[in-house]
Design a protein around this ligand. Structure first.
Ligand SMILES: [Zn+2]
Length: 138
């Protein structure tokens, strides 16, 4: 993924941020798009598209750990998003494992179904009120 493709966006409105996510996922037809959604100290929501380092980006994603590191230094991480260009919003076994290991909710967008779903791990480091807020909006 080229540098100019790594997009960033900030808004006070979480709905707008989620809309951006859908737009960016839709933009990539063949590969899984991935990124981070977070909250800034001033109350703004932030979204950043990250590099998908997977050898098989059609079916899986591996988020660039450096993107993760820099983002979480600047923002409180709310969730990791990625797209399923083919298939539904159901998290794969790998998605479940990764979300559980990271203790971070996964937001999955299906390009086919044009909708997204939040997978919330058993142990989450993210504020449950904010998770509920995202759940209501997707
Ligand atoms: Zn997935």
């Amino acid at each position: 993924m080229s540098e100019e493709k790594k997009k960033k966006f900030l808004s006070e409105d979480l709905t707008v941020v989620l809309y951006k996510m859908k737009e960016w996922c839709e933009h990539e037809e063949y590969f899984e798009t991935c990124g981070l959604i977070g909250l800034a100290d001033n109350g703004e929501y932030s979204i950043k598209e990250c590099r998908n380092l997977s050898q098989d980006p059609t079916n899986t994603f591996i988020l660039d750990p450096l993107d993760y590191l820099f983002f979480s230094e600047e923002f409180k991480l709310l969730c990791i998003y990625h797209s399923h260009p083919k298939g539904d919003t159901e998290p794969s076994q790998m998605d479940v494992k990764a979300s559980e290991n990271a203790c971070v909710p996964f937001l999955i967008y299906s390009n086919e179904e044009k909708k997204c779903e939040l997978y919330n791990p058993r142990t989450s480091e993210v504020d449950s009120d904010l998770i509920e807020k995202i759940k209501k909006l997707v």
